[in-house]
Design a protein around this ligand. Structure first.
Ligand code: PXG
Length: 291
């Protein structure tokens, strides 16, 4: 069934959801976005996603044409228009239509749209058996260049890493920062467990501050598991007891091998499994009601 897309505040059919070839989102990757999920009729961490979207926009000095409240309502409206309860939501705000020069001053009006669709779940095997990942040579963007905390439309850094991962035959690729510290995967944050403690790189390493990452930290605290937001190298990964990734699309997914080295016994770890189970409960019971 054709989707209804919300484009600049109006619901339109999928075929009519078009933007100009002069939109700077397309010409220069000049814009920001969010990937959000709804579970059982509730949008998970809607406020956090909206806040991050507006912060990303502020960083690139892009004025989102609607208030946070209106944007939240637009998201719920799009979900209702498509009768969705479990969904993947993509919110995109671009610099809008300008000329062929890169100057954003020539773009008077931002473009925004919301797509809500059924989600394509990752294979069950990923969760049951765990993933093999590898470190790629593409380094994560320097925070002094394009800060990875910004969820910008310019994902070429991550796409280059993903291509390297594809070539190596793994479903996720791990990027280091320019100093060689573990940063994150192309669309997920990374965690390790050692001696019962959890570690994940802080934003200062140059990573996106994941909303799922923050949820994992909350859950770990509830279980009285110590979490350290500290920089670490691949040494810590290779010698970890457990490793897992977090992201809106992936949720929590175990990692069993990094760079052809098994993590511990090469099976998803017990803390990882405990967090996965709890995460699935939390997403079902919390969130902003759609209906
Ligand atoms: N790091 C990066 C670079 C991301 O893009 C995450 C971490 C996880 O953040 P959240 O807030 O979602 O926990 C992301 C977000 C996809 C897809 O289709 C995934 C993301 C972005 C765009 C597409 O898998 N992940």
């Amino acid at each position: 069934m054709a989707l209804k897309i919300l484009l600049n505040g109006k619901l339109v059919g999928e075929k009519d959801a078009k933007i100009s070839v002069f939109d700077h989102g397309l010409l220069y990757g000049d814009g920001v976005f969010e990937g959000i999920r709804a579970y059982s009729g509730k949008v998970f961490k809607l406020k956090e996603h909206i806040d991050r979207l507006y912060d990303s926009a502020r960083y690139i000095m892009l004025k989102i044409p609607v208030s946070k409240r209106k944007m939240s309502e637009d998201i719920l409206k799009t979900l209702r228009a498509n009768s969705l309860k479990d969904a993947y939501i993509r919110v995109v705000v671009t610099r809008g239509v300008g000329d062929l020069g890169l100057d954003p001053i020539k773009c008077p009006q931002a473009t925004y749209f919301v797509i809500a669709d059924r989600i394509a779940l990752y294979p069950r095997e990923f969760y049951e058996k765990g993933l093999k990942i590898c470190t790629v040579s593409t380094r994560r963007n320097l925070p002094e260049a394009l800060n990875p905390r910004v969820k910008s439309l310019n994902y070429l850094n991550n796409i280059l890493a993903k291509i390297e991962g594809n070539i190596r035959g793994v479903p996720e690729a791990l990027m280091l920062n320019n100093s060689g510290f573990v940063a994150e995967c192309t669309g997920d944050n990374v965690f390790i467990v050692k001696n019962g403690e959890i570690r994940t790189p802080p934003a200062s390493v140059g990573v996106l501050e994941g909303i799922t990452q923050a949820t994992v930290i909350e859950l770990a605290k509830k279980f009285r598991i110590k979490v350290r937001r500290e920089i670490f190298t691949r040494y810590c990964l290779f010698t970890a007891d457990e490793c897992f990734l977090s992201g809106t699309a992936a949720e929590i997914v175990p990692v069993i091998e990094v760079d052809n080295r098994k993590i511990a016994d090469g099976r998803p770890g017990s803390i990882t499994k405990k967090l996965m189970l709890e995460f699935r409960k939390v997403v079902k019971r919390s969130g902003t009601s759609i209906y």
